[in-house]
Design a protein around this ligand. Sequence first.
Ligand code: SF4
Length: 330
Amino acid sequence: MNSYFQIRGDSIECKLCPHNCKIGSGKTGICGVRKNSGEKIELLTYGVTTGIASDPIEKKPLYHFFPGKRILSIGSYGCNISCDFCQNSSISQVIPETFKPNTSAENIVNAAVTAQDNIGIAFTYNEPVIWYEFIRDISVRIKHEGLHTALISNGFMNSEPLIEMFDFMDAFNIDLKAFNTTFYRKLTGSDIEPVKSSLKQIARAGKHLEITSLIIPGQNDSLKDMELQSEWIAGELGKGIPLHLSRYFPRHLRKDQPTSELTLHKLFDIASKKLDYVYLGNLTTETGQTTFCPSCHSKVSQRSGYNVTHPTLDENGKCKVCGNLIYKYF
Ligand code: SF4
């Protein structure tokens, strides 16, 4: 078990994410929750949660990982990047001066084991990568209980901790916030390349992967970029990786109007030419919510809000019409 830091004189380098913060004594890194406590990096939010709820798994969004089931979802404070459009800024971008633990790994595991119809734990709401030690302690226990784990993340992390995570994390929904280097630098304070690298490692490790792109008008809604993005996903990760195109609403520092439905539909059409499963999120209609069998085009799953029905799917997650496997986890 690695702790992902290196002592460098008076400072300690945190090696969890590509910022590789060199943290002076008593100070915290960019994420605000990892502190140089003299001899090591201390996770200030160990045992500190801001939310715990049993959510439909579609809400993460994960549409191809136990569709229709529920997952206990937990989050804490802080983030390692600083999106000006953050949709969860009250816990991600604003953090308290001091932290008080309000639970333990054992409590969370007990809650997951006793929750009704629960398939496991999702680490979500804020950025879970910076909560590494706590999610590792929970996940290892959860796996022993025969339950499943999911990470909903920006994917901005270093390879070594990600590879270790494959031992205890089953499913990932990673944000690909734009297919554009300038967007990443200007609007998120990070870099796209480590995110692309994380996506490739997750796909190559055979872990369950879905991708979310929040579409902001005039910022990342270029049809050309979507063509390149979907081509890249199909070529590097696989055309069966589900892509969620999500509607933006003004939050945090960004005041643009919500994304038009027409723009989302155009991007949906472009991505659907390369990828088997493209979905639209944050819309009031049911457009872009259906799963079609990529082989025979039967309507295998239909979604309305968070309700899912499977008109032509057998009990093993295969298309009843042609036998094509749609859901490995069902
Ligand atoms: S996890 Fe936090 S402290 Fe560590 S490198 Fe990233 S931003 Fe810096």
